[in-house]
Structure formats: structure tokens, C-alpha cells
Write a protein that binds this ligand. Structure first.
Ligand SMILES: [Zn+2]
Length: 204
């Protein structure tokens, strides 16, 4: 294993733990895909959480501009699924703190708990296990910036873009592996549906 795990090493670990599966899946937003990916299945094992988050911390520290502000840097997460990675990154990179946003119901905005808020000018790296649509990360970025934070980057274990992935413009994106699944807008356009392959629902 390399100091920063390679794409192949990360993919092998995801497959071995069942976090990455081949098949024919329908996501809640209606997209059909040939891959299922749920990083928490790999994060169940402490040694994997450690390997991935230390790798991501090393990747962040390899950038001089991030390394220079590390002691002041906040690691902020859009949902609790990203916390194992966030704490691992914070510890290994020796960043300042970790906090997270959440919501109780699907139709309410992301928010921080009472008295948890960024300070004006606070440098932040957004961290999550995966960047897929990016909608929550985008909402988190706006929430932080409204509070005066300065978002300096985005760091995820897996970058799996799809046709609906939000654009973060010039914001630097750091990731350990990029996975490109095939996506189809719906069953009408899906090659696997055309071949009659059995469909599994992905809950995400
Ligand atoms: Zn299909």
C-alpha cells in the first residue's frame, strides 16, 4: 500500500468490503446505474477508515497552501456519514477542529447545532466520504459562507460524478479515487433494462 493509496488500491478495498458492487441499480432520483457504491460499508472496519482518512490527510498536506493554514483549518461535514473520514483527516493532518451540519427532515435546510457556527474568516475544507451530486456539499458551502467562513477546498474519498453533479467552479477538489459509472436517465434509456437485467433499488 502506498502512503497515499492509489486509485486501484482504493477500488480493491471498496470491492473487498462490498462497498462497491456491479449490477443494475435504480437510485431514488430515478437514475439507473451499473454500479452501487456505499462507502460506509468500507468504513465499518477501523483499519480501512484509518487508511482512507490518513491517505486523504496526506493528500491535503501535500498542497503547500493547505499545509500552511492547517492549524487554523476547520474540517466541516454535510452529514454524519462523513464524520469517520473527517475525524481521521483532522487527526492525521493536525487540523484545528471538526463540525457538521444536519437536518431532521428532507425538506428543511441544512443547519448547525445551537452555538456551532463558523467565525468570520475561518478557513474551511469541506469533507465527505463521497461527492456524487454535490447538492449537500453545495448547500453546506453556502451555509458556511453566509456565516463568514472561507471555503478553501473540498476533500472526499470518492469522486463519482454523474450528469447532475453540481459545479464548484475553481474550488480545489481533492479525492483518492474517481469512479465513473454508467448512468441512464430512466428505464426507457437504460441499456441494462433493454437487456432485461434484474433491477435492484439503491436506497443510498
Ligand atoms: Zn435500468
Amino acid at each position: 500500500m502506498h502512503l497515499i493509496p492509489t486509485q486501484d488500491e482504493v477500488v480493491a478495498l471498496l470491492r473487498e468490503t462490498g462497498a462497491l458492487r456491479d449490477g443494475h441499480f435504480e437510485y431514488p432520483n430515478g437514475l439507473h446505474s451499473n454500479e452501487y457504491l456505499q462507502v460506509p460499508l468500507a468504513l465499518r472496519h477501523y483499519q480501512h477508515q484509518r487508511l482512507l482518512s490518513v491517505g486523504l490527510a496526506r493528500l491535503l498536506r501535500s498542497h503547500a497552501d493547505i499545509r500552511a493554514i492547517m492549524r487554523d483549518l476547520s474540517i466541516v461535514v454535510p452529514a454524519t456519514a462523513g464524520l469517520p473520514v473527517a475525524y481521521g483527516v483532522c487527526e492525521a493532518a493536525r487540523a484545528r477542529q471538526v463540525y457538521w451540519a444536519e437536518r431532521e427532515h428532507d425538506n428543511e435546510p441544512l443547519h448547525f447545532r445551537q452555538y456551532v457556527e463558523p467565525e468570520p474568516g475561518e478557513p474551511v475544507v469541506l469533507v465527505d466520504d463521497i461527492l456524487r451530486t454535490g447538492s449537500k456539499l453545495m448547500e453546506l458551502k453556502r451555509l458556511l459562507e453566509t456565516g463568514g467562513a472561507v471555503v478553501v477546498g473540498l476533500a472526499v474519498v470518492i469522486y463519482q460524478p454523474n450528469p447532475n453533479t453540481a459545479s464548484f467552479g475553481s474550488l480545489p477538489l481533492y479525492y483518492l479515487a474517481k469512479l465513473e459509472a454508467s448512468y441512464y436517465a430512466d428505464s426507457q434509456h437504460c441499456e441494462m433494462c433493454k437487456r432485461g437485467e434484474p433491477l435492484e433499488k439503491a436506497w443510498v
